[in-house]
Design a protein around this ligand. Structure first.
Ligand code: MOS
Length: 694
């Protein structure tokens, strides 16, 4: 094959694709060291209280069961920053599903049978699991990074009262679950005081560091391998209880231990998107110019730790308005701990804001694309910093052109095909540019091959491929000659695959290491390289995390066409089209795949996904894929993702912004707005299931 694929931006194919489709790629639970035992956890069956007694007699009598760990006999751990990792350390039960025991056995079947036989007695306590915006314990959390707390400009209430046009609406996004295809799993192995763990994680460096603290070991004595990861969407962004339990059980039994969490247990222990209750008030002049923006959000957190679904963050940077107030509130309940799920904060926040913008457009009789164009800006409203680049208007115009927006009759219920009402909607999207310091190394060998090393993680996005492209581009060599070693904590330390920051962060370090290597090679021109090759390293600390002086965000525009069946109430998405401005796109094939994947997740958020906190049990009702409906192929139309190439010198040496999350951000609002256009109905609670539509 000609080497056209080495250039940045080229559609190079995923390097590990053949391994994945032939089943030879090995995931965390597919490593089985000699003598490996299997673990199965026991979740609490009460919503709040304490374990008062554990009877493991029957469990230990199951043939093959070797150990039952509880808070009474489990190894003591150091105190983690993340209290969800303090497993089996005390008798507290902070929520239903919290782990109270772990059974280890010679076989998976015996472990499972043993877990069912463990008798746990609880001292139950009254509990509270229902999110209410006016709950007396809700509070405004501290704002450490601008995404939380309360931000005020001018006098938003007065300006709202005086506005020529007003929208005042409540929106609700339910709890959502990440449900990656590969469940959370770890295989842990202690040998001579060294711990080796294969973990399904979005960042093995963090897992190693956290395990070092928990088990009081030097980092050098731990290796965490996350070679292939079957999705995470944030739920594997931090270490989860499974990796701690597997490591504990391996230490306690002296055998390697494998633990793959059953899918039905995931909802309680790997994080979820907190439900959010929104009140959005928009005030505008008759020409659509916003004069007041008020966005108030209440999210829940657990009693174990504070996690804030920062759903007002995007509202602070989207539209200029002289008067604005954004208020984030959080309510601790006896629920599982929420955590990151794709575009945490932006996805639910922009659902509410962009739905309200559509309501404002309808109130004013202004086209919703035009309303957004009239409220565009090159200065971030909240900080007054200039955007390093903001091509929202270009995304809206390009999307409208490609979608055929100008042919749209703006009147609701203006298009019917028999009992099916057809409509279209638009919404804007944004996601911050996050960059973290990373290390990397690059080596050249006498046979003309190159190896780059960085503890990046491939969670499906194609990290090996794009990092090899970055290296090949800097070195000016064929892509095939570059190997990328990733997914192991013994490699140069790197941040997680999360916050859409992976490629920009790792790529920066790879770029720097390769630039240095190229300089060394230039100095040795004509000489044979030594057998061990020559290398260069890079560490972008102090550089990647320096203040750029700019507000840096990706922007995008989403367009949706839906058909709403007035007999069944079913909403089908017929077309989805996204246009993004996210710096330079480094691999058009894998980038398109990420955009489309996130838009599909947004489609699920709009129409099928949602979880119910059951007040009677204090638990999520939808615990598996039979009840929690992610979109199936038949739900997903041909999705189009396009982009506008941005030249932004304030990002990183590749000029890239993150692309993993923005695709979900505006999708649900665009679909909801299309449902309004089709039916004339304003549905402000997701998902838009038939019971709500009829
Ligand atoms: Mo993403 S929710 O930061 O993995």
């Amino acid at each position: 094959m000609p080497d056209t694929a080495s250039a940045l931006g080229a559609p190079a194919e995923r390097r590990e694709g053949p391994q994945k489709v032939t089943g030879t790629a090995r995931y965390a639970a597919e490593h089985t060291p000699e003598g490996c035992a299997y673990a199965w956890p026991v979740p609490a069956t009460v919503a709040r209280g304490a374990v008062s007694a554990v009877d493991a007699t029957a469990a230990l009598a199951v043939p093959g069961v070797v150990e039952v760990l509880t808070h009474l006999n489990a190894p003591r751990l150091g105190k983690p920053d993340d209290a969800t990792l303090s497993v089996l350390q005390d008798a507290r039960v902070p929520h239903r599903g919290w782990y109270v025991a772990l059974v280890v056995a010679d076989t998976l079947e015996a472990a499972r049978e043993g877990a069912a036989a463990v008798q746990v007695t609880y001292a139950e306590e009254p509990y509270d699991v229902i999110l209410k915006a006016d709950h007396p314990e809700a509070y405004v959390p501290e704002d450490s990074d601008g995404t939380s707390g309360e931000h005020v400009r001018g006098d938003a209430e007065d300006a709202f009262a005086a506005a020529a046009a007003r929208v005042d609406a409540l929106y609700r996004v339910p709890p959502l679950h990440n449900h990656p295809m590969e469940p959370h799993a770890a295989t842990a192995h202690w040998q001579d005081g060294r711990l080796t763990v294969h973990d399904s994680s979005q960042g093995a460096t963090t897992v190693r560091d956290v395990l070092a603290g928990l088990f009081a070991l030097p980092k050098e004595q731990i290796t965490v391998v996350s070679e292939h990861v079957g999705g995470g969407f944030g739920s594997k962004g931090t270490p989860r209880p499974h990796v701690v339990l597997a490591s504990m059980a391996a230490r306690a039994t002296g055998r390697p231990v494998k633990l793959a969490l059953p899918r039905r247990q995931l909802a309680a222990v790997v994080g979820h998107r907190s439900p959010t209750l929104h009140r959005v008030r928009l005030g505008a002049e008759a020409d659509g110019t916003l004069t007041s923006v008020i966005h108030e959000v209440t999210a829940h957190t657990s009693r174990v730790k504070e996690f804030v679904e920062t759903a007002t963050a995007a509202t602070r940077i989207m539209y200029p308005s002289p008067h604005a107030r954004t208020t984030q509130r959080v309510l601790p309940l006896d629920v599982p701990s929420p955590s990151w799920m794709r575009a945490p904060g932006e996805a639910p926040g922009m659902y509410a804001l962009e739905s309200a913008m559509d309501e404002l457009a309808a109130t004013l009789g202004i086209d919703p694309v035009e309303l957004r164009l009239r409220n565009d800006t090159q200065t971030e409203p909240d900080s007054s910093l200039p955007f390093s680049s903001r091509h929202l208007a270009e995304c809206l115009r390009e999307g409208a052109r490609r979608f055929g927006w100008s042919e749209r009759d703006p009147r609701p219920r203006s298009r019917a095909e028999g009992p099916v009402l057809v409509g279209s909607g638009v919404a804007a999207a944004t996601y911050p540019v996050i960059v973290s310091p990373s290390r990397a190394s690059a080596h050249a060998y006498p046979d003309g091959s190159f190896v780059i090393r960085v503890n990046a993680t491939d969670i499906g996005q194609g990290a090996r491929t794009v990092l090899a492209q970055v290296a090949a581009d800097v070195l000016g060599v064929p892509l095939d000659s570059v190997r990328a070693d990733i997914g192991n904590s013994d490699l140069p330390a790197a941040p997680l695959a999360g916050g859409s920051c992976g490629t920009g962060s790792w790529g920066w370090a790879v770029h720097e290491a390769c630039t240095r290597l190229a300089a060394r090679l230039a100095g040795q021109r004509g000489q044979q390289l030594p057998p061990e090759g020559v290398g260069a390293t890079a560490d972008t600390a102090g550089e990647a995390d320096a203040d750029s002086g700019y507000s840096r965000h990706s922007f995008g525009a989403h367009f949706a066409e839906v058909g709403v069946d007035t007999v069944s109430g079913e909403v089908r998405v017929r077309r989805l089209l996204g246009v993004y401005a996210a710096g330079h796109i480094l691999n058009s094939r894998t980038a398109r795949s990420q955009f489309i994947g996130a838009m599909t997740m947004g489609l699920g958020m709009a129409l099928t996904e949602g979880s119910t906190m059951d007040a009677a049990f204090g638990d999520f009702t939808e615990a598996d894929l039979a009840a929690y409906h992610v979109p199936a192929h038949a739900d997903v139309p041909a999705i189009e993702a396009h982009w506008i190439d941005e030249d932004d010198p304030h990002l990183n040496p590749m000029g890239s912004k993150g692309i993993g999350e923005i695709g979900i951000v505006g999708t649900a609002a665009a679909i909801g707005n299309a449902v309004h256009h089709a039916t004339g109905l304003r549905l402000r609670e997701l998902p838009l299931t038939p019971d709500r539509v009829l």
